[in-house]
Design a protein around this ligand. Sequence first.
Ligand SMILES: Cc1ncc(COP(=O)(O)O)c(C=O)c1O
Ligand SMILES: N[C@@H](CCSC[C@H](N)C(=O)O)C(=O)O
Length: 459
Amino acid sequence: MVDHSLPTKLVSVVQHNDQHGSSVPPIYQSTTFKVGSLEEGASQAYDYTRSGNPTRTVVQHQLGKLYGVDASQVLAVSSGMTALDMILRGLVLNNSAHVPTIIAGDDLYGGTQRLLTHLETRNHARVLHVDTTNYDSFVKLFKQQPQVDCVLLESPTNPLLKVADLPRLCKFIKSTNPGCVVAVDNTMMSGMLCNPLHFRCDVVYESATKYLNGHHDIMAGAIITRTPKIAQDIYFIVNSTGCGLSPLDSWLLIRGLKTLGVRMYQQQHNAMVLAHWLENSCGFLKKSKKERTLTRYVGLKSHPQFDLHKSFNSGPGAVLSFETGSFEHSRRLVSSPKLKIWSVTVSFGCVNSLISMPGKMSHAAIDPALRQEREFPEDIIRLCCGIESIADLQEDLLEAMVDADIVELRDEGRIIYNKLNGHLASNTIGQGELPNIYEEFFGQNGIKRHCLLTSRAKL
Ligand SMILES: Cc1ncc(COP(=O)(O)O)c(C=O)c1O
Ligand SMILES: N[C@@H](CCSC[C@H](N)C(=O)O)C(=O)O
């Protein structure tokens, strides 16, 4: 049988038994379901929407396709943070015999940091942070602990875009301590570009609010587990607390998932062009003290972990960030009235392009002292590319950079002069350069492969 590629699988929604054969699954906006007979009551598929709902079941099937697993290994919940909360409560915090030890990265999404700090300060868990993108540091810390109950991984990190070697880390953890729960936050890649279950982690979750839905009109979380048993343990808490995804939001997520392939294709294309343009033509190339470029994107050859990222992901995604070198100039850029397309908004993975200053927005929940300790660049600007025309996105950003006094246009706009670091470059990316950009990531057959990006199995 032909194994269709992911975009094809997500477009078709066949796991619903509508009596009228509707093309689109119905929204079962019903709290309760009649009991056929008292004998059957207990074994009926649905009785109460907190416990299960047919529309939620359909979205769980679709999410299962994304990760190549059965729907019995999937749970759709009310947000990405809920997903993490359910995983921790269902698999890690459920042992009253001791306070569990959790190891997590040191460049975490602000909300994740907030939840872990909450657990730590109430002595519900001992939380250790380490640079998970440095394999040796991670192994050293892991081995120093008498017992590690859970490792939380994320790659690339948000917003510094550092890459954790997920296959190697999972292999090390599982071979050292098979009982340690390995959870991966896959929001930055989505199941379209990376499937951490292939590396034998126990559970993957995503903020489905982002790429999976893609339209900024729902909050949702997806939990995908290695075995049905793991899903059952988490389901117990989901059912007990009532955070399963609502029927309407499940339906919207089913719809959003249908276009994940084309959205990711276009968003990623825009991110690739923009990252090269920022680095080469806008002067955000200059090496900082730490010998890294000021434009951070895992699809750029200058990214220190470009090859590592490429080795286990099928694309670089649509989030990039860059540092101007000056907090004040970054602030002026993000506040510029010239930004007409780029919306100053948190979140990513949406059809609209978003610009933000993580230190003031998505990562403001992290104590400023902790951000400083972790050398979080306060001038960092995050760009989350949408599906708009790339030429419009470039022009909009350029006008705002001029307005913020970061760059100056010379020679009728043909030359960009970066006033902050004196870099001089030509404004546009020539059409001839585009195939090279793709080839860098996708290999010789660059564009063709980029078009097939969604078909992990075939890459
Ligand atoms: C990497 C990452 N994980 C998890 C979350 C939490 O997801 P949600 O906002 O859907 O709760 C977010 C953003 O909010 C995120 O950026
Ligand atoms: N005020 C919110 C901030 C949400 S940030 C959303 C997203 N993860 C991002 O990285 O932009 C909060 O306090 O959580």
